[in-house]
Ligand binder design. Sequence first.
Ligand code: APR
Length: 230
Amino acid sequence: MLHLVILTGAGISAESGLKTFRGNDGLWEGYAIEEVATPQAWKKNPALVLEFYNMRRKAALEATPNAAHIALAEAEKDFTISIITQNVDDLHERAGSKNIVHLHGQLNQSRSTLDPSKIYPIEGWQLNPGDTCPRGSQLRPNIVWFGEAVPKMDEAIKITSTADVFMVVGTSLQVYPAAGLLYEVPSSCPIYLVDPSASEITVPGSVVTFSEKASTGVPKALEDIKKSHR
Ligand code: APR
């Protein structure tokens, strides 16, 4: 089966009611990145950082997958699908997708501040000051903050390099190294772009563009891939 690799960003979850980061009313309009999403912020005010992610975890728990997440999950009957997501919500999982790499971590997980390999599920929406790992260290959200290494990047590059078709959905491609994945796409591999602001997004090479919301654009792009590349 054709290997379809999809890079998703906040835009795919927008119609589920979760805020994107940039642009009007984006999360970074309301919060300063350096106050809530950096190792320095964690050092300076861990309670504020925990509260920020508690709010986001609560919103994600209350959200449900939309037609775009569901279309990608259902497309597993037609393609071998790998999803590389910058999103920290679990809407791809809840839609039923199987192969998902979370480049920027997962809201529903905490991790030890002593040993980054020790990752724990979070039940409910709260991770609070005083919640500790078995060795006694304060647990932090399992989120990749600005200025931190992206541990899943090598895996994402490997997956991208084996794509037969590559699709980009709902990301401004402003954040690296994630955006650099576009340069790992094999030269013969067609690229599809689904984003209502597609004209503002720079993608290397020639691109089939659906300049619309993910809920309608993703099913159309999948249809086009089925017709053109099977
Ligand atoms: N359908 C598809 N795309 C949409 C929709 C929609 N309904 N609504 C908005 N978008 C698009 C916007 O046009 C924009 O291009 O989603 C994109 C969101 O871009 P960003 O807010 O920059 O989010 P993203 O690219 O995922 O951010 C990358 O930055 O802040 C960090 O770690 C955070 O993972 C995040 C990373």
